[in-house]
Each structure stands twice: as structure tokens, then as C-alpha cells.
Design a protein around this ligand. Structure first.
Ligand code: ATP
Ligand code: MG
Length: 276
């Protein structure tokens, strides 16, 4: 059993790690979460339920969930938000970005260390970001790091020691690779993170980021896209589908902001260029 003193001691013990990861996490969620689709809330809500499950259930000291979806759909930000909201004493992001230039064995060591550190805390969340890049997956061959794969297979499925509880949130934009490598089988649950696929969602984002100075201009831009044949809503089967990740959309919006002339035309041009 873990009593309050153990818990407080553990908090002390792991605090430095938390400080560092908090910065990392805040960085990936600095642009915030825009609720452009009810699914966004559903994902966050499911994440919250997994957090509660880990916190309260004695039967499930380990819960692992995979967030998958197209490139730029917001997987890292959602995973980090769920982790951040847990307020668990140990929260850590394992990201390929922090392992640039690492050899295979250095990666394995780093991943092992983060899991080992998490076992010192009564409650932990580890975000394993971008599985296919961690695995150094290359479709040609196909090639990948078997050492990293074996490490992840073991660690994501391993129950933490007695009295310790762990939530693992992983992300991937290449779901089929996980099936091929057997990684998908280790997860308890999967959540799909969708791209922005209709004009109602797009307009919501445009309003949220205040790209246009008036709702009038914003409506005009949306009308241009309607005329170009894009679907307004999810159920509109006759029209073409918009298909863009929130990450790319936000960066297009920031570019458009740099040159305020003809914002609507340039934005719609860029979205149409992405094809239907
Ligand atoms: P990649 O496939 O390149 O790994 P990704 O799917 O992990 O990309 P993120 O890196 O999470 O995407 O980028 C999403 C960006 O959009 C972040 O800057 C985030 O703050 C912002 N954002 C705004 N609204 C949302 C949302 N509803 N869901 C996720 N991210 C959002
Ligand atoms: Mg990502």
C-alpha cells in the first residue's frame, strides 16, 4: 500500500524530472487546443477517463493508449494535453526530436531510463511520441530499428512495480506500420485523431484564430470554398472533402497573416491546391 507520506516523498524524489518535462510539454501545447469538431472533446474526455482509471483502479496499474491519425492532425498536442491535465507527479515525453543523433543503443538506454524513472513515482504518464520515427521506420525494405522495437514492445506492456501506476500515451501517423511490427497489439485502446474535413470545422478555426477582421470577410472566404465544391458538413457526400491537419492549417494561417492583402484568396487558393 502507498500511504500519504510515501506519496509525498515520491513527489519530492521525482520533482526535477517533472520540472523539465513540464517545459517540453508546454512547448508542444503552446498553441492551445481548438475545439473544431466534437471529436476533439471526445478524445480529451476519453483521455481523462484513462487518467482516472490509472489513478483509481487497483486492477489496472498500467493503461496504454494509442493516438493515431494523419500527419499534423494534432496527435502530439492532444497526447501532451491529456498528460498535462492528469497532474500526475511524473510526466515525461519521449520524442524522436530529443534523440536526434542518438545511436540505436543510446535510444534504447534513454527509453529504458524514462520508464525506470517513472517506476519511482506512484503515478506517471509517459507520452511516447511518433512511434514510427522512434523506430526509424523506412518503407523501403522495409527497415527499422529492431532494438528500439523490442524495447518498446516490452516496456509498453510491462506492469509497473507494486504500488506504482502508469499511463502510456503513444502517437503515430502510420497505423499500418504498428500492425506490421506487432506494436499495435500492446495497446489497451486506440483513438483516431481526424483531420479537418469540412467547412464548418474550418470556419470554426478561422474564427478562433481571428485571421479575418470581420465575420463578413470570413464568410466570403468560406463561400469561395463552397463554390469550389468543398463539403460544408461531415454528411455532405456529394461534395469534395477538405483534408488538412490542424497543424498545417495553423501554419498556413500564420503565413497568410504576414501578408494581409487578399488573405481570403490566398488561403482558399492554398486549400484548393491541396486537392479534394
Ligand atoms: P505530426 O503528424 O507531424 O506528428 P501531430 O499530429 O502530432 O503532427 P501536433 O504536432 O500536435 O500534430 O500539432 C498540432 C498543432 O495544432 C499544435 O500546435 C496544437 O497546439 C494545435 N492545435 C489546435 N487545435 C488543436 C486540436 N483540436 N487538436 C490538436 N492540436 C491542436
Ligand atoms: Mg506529432
Amino acid at each position: 500500500r502507498v500511504n500519504r507520506r510515501d506519496f509525498m516523498n515520491a513527489l519530492e524524489e521525482v520533482h526535477p524530472a517533472f520540472g523539465v518535462s513540464e517545459e517540453e510539454l508546454l512547448q508542444v501545447i503552446q498553441n492551445g487546443i481548438i475545439h473544431f469538431n466534437p471529436i476533439v472533446d471526445e478524445i480529451l474526455r476519453s483521455g481523462q477517463l484513462f487518467v482516472e482509471q490509472v489513478r483509481t483502479s487497483t486492477r489496472t496499474p498500467l493503461v496504454s493508449v494509442l493516438l493515431h491519425g494523419p500527419a499534423g492532425s494534432g496527435k502530439t498536442a492532444l497526447g501532451a494535453s491529456i498528460a498535462q491535465a492528469s497532474q500526475f507527479p511524473f510526466i515525461k515525453l519521449i520524442s524522436p526530436d530529443s534523440m536526434v543523433g542518438f545511436s540505436e543503443s543510446q535510444k534504447v538506454t534513454a527509453i529504458n531510463k524514462i520508464f525506470a524513472d517513472s517506476y519511482k513515482s506512484p503515478l506517471s504518464v509517459i507520452v511516447v511520441d511518433n512511434l514510427e520515427r522512434l523506430l526509424e521506420w523506412t518503407p523501403i525494405g522495409p527497415r527499422f530499428s529492431n532494438a528500439v522495437l523490442q524495447t518498446l514492445l516490452v516496456l509498453i506492456a510491462r506492469r509497473p512495480p507494486k504500488g506504482r501506476r502508469l499511463l502510456v500515451i503513444a502517437t503515430s501517423s502510420l497505423r499500418p506500420v504498428l500492425t506490421e511490427t506487432g506494436l499495435s497489439e500492446v495497446f489497451d485502446s486506440e483513438l483516431r485523431v481526424p483531420p479537418i474535413s469540412n467547412l464548418v470545422s474550418l470556419e470554426y478555426v478561422l474564427q478562433e484564430v481571428e485571421l479575418f477582421s470581420s465575420s463578413h470577410e470570413r464568410r466570403d472566404a468560406i463561400r469561395m470554398l463552397e463554390d469550389a465544391g468543398f463539403a460544408s458538413t461531415e454528411g455532405d457526400e456529394a461534395s469534395g472533402r477538405l483534408h488538412i491537419g490542424i497543424k498545417k492549417l495553423l501554419s498556413m494561417i500564420e503565413m497568410a497573416r504576414q501578408e494581409p492583402d487578399n488573405v481570403a484568396q490566398r488561403l482558399t487558393g492554398a486549400l484548393m491546391g491541396l486537392g479534394m
